[in-house]
Structures are given as C-alpha cells and as structure tokens.
Write a protein that binds this ligand. Structure first.
Ligand code: BGO
Length: 269
C-alpha cells in the first residue's frame, strides 16, 4: 500500500498541535528532526492506514533565519511529501497568509484549514471563504480544531488534492517578474522541479543557503547579483523588503475582496 504523506504547516499558535492531535489521536510518534533539537511529530490519520501526517514546526516564513524555518523548508524541498495542509488562524488571517503565499510557491497541492473559525464568528468577522479559495486557487475548509469542527473534512480535502494541479502562486510587480525570468535564464537547468518558483524568489532574496544547495557557480551568482541589484535600484528598496511588501500588497487585496472585520467593540475618546 502506497503511503500518502501530508505536511501540516502554519504559524506558531495557529492551533496546529490541537489539529494534529485531533487528526491522529494516540497514533503518534514524537522525536527530533535530524541533527537539531526541534521536535518532530508524525502520526497516522485516524481511519486512514495509508496516510501519514507530519507536523512541521510553527513558523512565520520559509526564510533561513530560524532552525524551525530551515527544518520546514528543507523537509518540503526534499520532495518527500504529497500534499500540504496549511493551517491559517482566521482571527489573525492577514499575518498568517504571509506564510501561505510562500507555501503556494513550493508547488505542492495545498489545502487551507481556516482555523479558529469559532473566534472569527464570535468577533463578528466575515470571511468569504469561497471567494478567498477562488483567488488563492486552493480548497479552504473552515475549522475549529478546539471543537473538532471541520478537521476531518480538511484532511480529506488534502488527500483528495494529492496528485492534482499545483496551486496558483501570486504574481509580483513587472520589475520583479522580469528579474525572476532573468534569474531563471542565468541559473539554467540548476533551478527546476516542483519548487522552481520558490527557489527563484529565494535567489532574488540572496538566500545563500539556496544558492549553495543548487551548486551555482561564482559566475552564475555574480550574474544573478547584477540582476537583483538592478531591480533594487529601479524600485529603490532592498530585495527582501521588495518581496515582503509585494506579499503584503497582495494579501491586502485579498483582504479587501474577501474579508470584512467585525466591530472591535473599542470606544476611543
Ligand atoms: C490554549 N478555536 C479556539 N477558540 N482555540 C483554538 C483552536 C480553535 O479552532 N485551535 C486551537 N486553539 P496550539 P500551535 C489555551 O492552550 O494547538 C487554542 O502552537 C490555554 N492553554 O487550545 O497549541 C488551543 O501548536 C489557556 O490554547 O497551537 C491553544 O499551532 C487559555 O489555541 C491555542 C486559552 O493552540 C494554541 C488557550 C493552557
């Protein structure tokens, strides 16, 4: 029987542990990720002998700055996963979607569990899930891991997405898109595979770990540096800030199309 591997990914405190426990019950294995003291949890999905859920460390970004980020992105890059279940804290949706924009670029089928939906409702926020799903190009299931609402359905959708189309990814401004195309040309056949888009963005951001892992020559790295520097000059900002701002602009558009915040209840005099 072929095993299906689903990775659970999300921000710290989005409810991942609660969801993981609900999906796997007592059928869990807890250890460490190789070489680091970051906890690794895996478990069989209840009622599905062939499905393994891997709980990735809680992270805000797929950058190389924390052990948790490095563990998560290395795991996804090793291609040992069939699909991703991205937990998004609906009560903090704007911040949580920042990671989602990056996960989409990794190229695996993504399903979103819009968690803390009980809090969203209590706050009076309105999230047009269907609209958000259409714009992001993936299935979204409303969940309350605390109350066990929607969790099984989210896992079922993630399994169903396996083998299907890769998710859509956001488009950056034309200057950045042109730079990514030029980087792809310089890096030649060294940047390929399902996570190609994400790798190109990382090269634009001068991610040294990725440049090394891809085995780019000094000459290739120098050409890429020229492309990035020219784009920075044109946009008058540094590469990482350009990408961060573009992500938040995109999320801002999603918010204005699909999310209405309830009344805060605050009175400011
Ligand atoms: C405490 N809805 C609500 N309302 N809460 C949720 C949901 C949900 O859908 N999902 C999770 N939580 P983790 P990470 C807590 O522990 O799973 C709650 O970091 C408390 N603890 O119960 O740990 C969950 O693994 C005392 O809350 O997240 C937990 O992603 C008072 O969100 C917290 C209040 O969930 C984080 C909450 C002693």
């Amino acid at each position: 029987m072929k095993q299906i591997k689903i990775a659970l990914i999300g921000n710290p405190n989005c409810g991942k542990t609660t969801m993981f426990n609900d999906l796997t019950g007592s059928n869990q294995y807890v250890g460490n990720w190789p070489g680091v003291t970051v906890e690794k949890k895996e478990g069989g999905l209840k009622g599905h002998d062939d499905v393994i859920i891997t709980d990735l460390p809680g992270i805000y970004s797929l950058s190389p700055y924390t052990l948790e980020e490095v563990v998560s992105r290395n795991y996804l890059l090793q291609n040992d996963v069939d699909g991703v279940l991205n937990l998004v804290d609906g009560s903090n949706i704007e911040r949580n979607l920042y990671l989602t924009t990056q996960v989409m670029e990794m190229g695996y089928p993504v399903t979103i569990a819009l968690n803390m939906i009980d809090i969203v409702r209590k706050n009076g926020d309105k999230i047009d899930t269907a609209k958000l799903a259409a714009e992001l190009g993936c299935e979204i299931v409303e969940t309350s891991a605390l109350q066990g609402e929607g969790t099984g359905e989210a896992a079922e959708k993630a399994i169903k997405a396996v083998g299907g189309a890769a998710p859509k990814y956001m488009r950056f401004c034309s200057e950045v898109e042109d730079a990514l195309t030029a980087i792809a040309r310089e890096a030649g056949n060294k940047v390929h595979g399902i996570s190609e888009r994400w790798l190109l963005v990382k090269l634009f951001e001068r991610d040294k770990k990725i440049a090394e892992a891809l085995g780019l020559s000094e000459g290739e790295q120098a050409k890429i540096e020229e492309i990035v520097a020219a784009c920075e000059e044109a946009l008058d900002d540094d590469a990482e800030s350009i990408i961060t701002n573009e992500r938040y602009n995109y999320i801002g558009e999603l918010m204005s199309n699909a999310v209405v915040k309830g009344h805060t209840g605050l009175t400011i005099s």
